[in-house]
Design a protein. Structure first.
Length: 261
């Protein structure tokens, strides 16, 4: 046997060890999730991920191939998150609510926590149309934009385990709500008008309030939408005075309770 063949055989043995270790690790991830669920423990534990990063940083200090090893561990962590999310959600999470209630923020947090795909409806529509939402409203009108929303929701029914962040007006159409619920749980995020104004005051891509950034106007528009928002929602979460972790833990808990009924 040549030296090259010996090296290749050793490499193959390493691959066997890595494969067996990965399979064992994935089983342990599933066991941890099952333990957390059965003992009502918090699902999200960002401090554990921080500990793992710290451990890897110390182990790889001044070692060769540090970047390559960190890349591999990054992929392992992402796949562990995907396993967790599939264990939790065999459906889509559809976030609705008035502008500024935190839909994009919570979508991003869920993406980072569970490696879930995020569909920002306004962003997708703007990219496909090649213009901003404000320009779509101005050039084609609101009805055209609402039709684009409906078609995108229908398209999303072929997916599972994704987060769909809806525009503020999406649930106002009853047909949109029907499409949301076909393969998703609808989560309504709420906030006080004062909180919303503070969050959106510097934004210029909100055509419905661009020239009316006041608490009374926002409160009035919210009240006009409240009934349809609440009718569409499977669960409602208030976001005032809570950070992303608190909101997402509540979201997960409430969805688990709903799924266990």
């Amino acid at each position: 046997m040549s030296q090259l063949e010996i090296l290749r055989e050793s490499l193959g043995q390493c691959d066997e060890i890595i494969l067996d270790a990965l399979l064992m690790r994935n089983r342990i991830v599933e066991d941890i999730m099952a333990y957390k669920k059965s003992n009502d423990l918090p699902i999200l534990q960002p401090e554990q991920e921080a500990k793992q990063k710290e451990w890897l940083e110390k182990r790889m200090e001044k070692k060769r191939h540090k970047a390559e090893v960190e890349d591999v561990f990054g992929s392992i962590t992402m796949n562990s998150k995907r396993i967790q999310s599939r264990k939790l959600f065999n459906y889509n999470i559809v976030l609705i609510g008035f502008m500024g209630t935190g839909k994009s923020t919570i979508s991003e947090f869920l993406k980072n926590s569970f490696a879930m795909e995020v569909i920002e409806m306004d962003q997708i529509i703007a990219e496909r149309e090649g213009m901003t939402i404000s320009d779509i409203f101005e050039v084609y009108g609101e009805q055209y934009f609402r039709n684009l929303e409906t078609n995108l929701l229908i398209e999303m029914q072929s997916k599972t385990n994704v987060v769909i962040s809806c525009g503020g007006g999406t649930p106002m159409r009853e047909c949109n709500v029907v499409e949301m619920k076909k393969n998703g749980r609808v989560v309504l995020l709420t906030a006080k008008p004062e909180t919303i104004l503070n969050r959106v005051k510097d934004s210029h891509d909100r055509p419905l309030i661009e020239n009316n950034k006041t608490v009374p106007f926002i409160a009035d528009l919210m009240e006009k939408r409240r009934e349809k928002y609440e009718a569409a929602a499977d669960i409602i979460i208030e976001t005032d005075g809570k950070d992303e972790l608190q909101i997402c833990e509540e979201l997960i808990l409430r969805l688990r309770q709903m799924d266990n009924k």
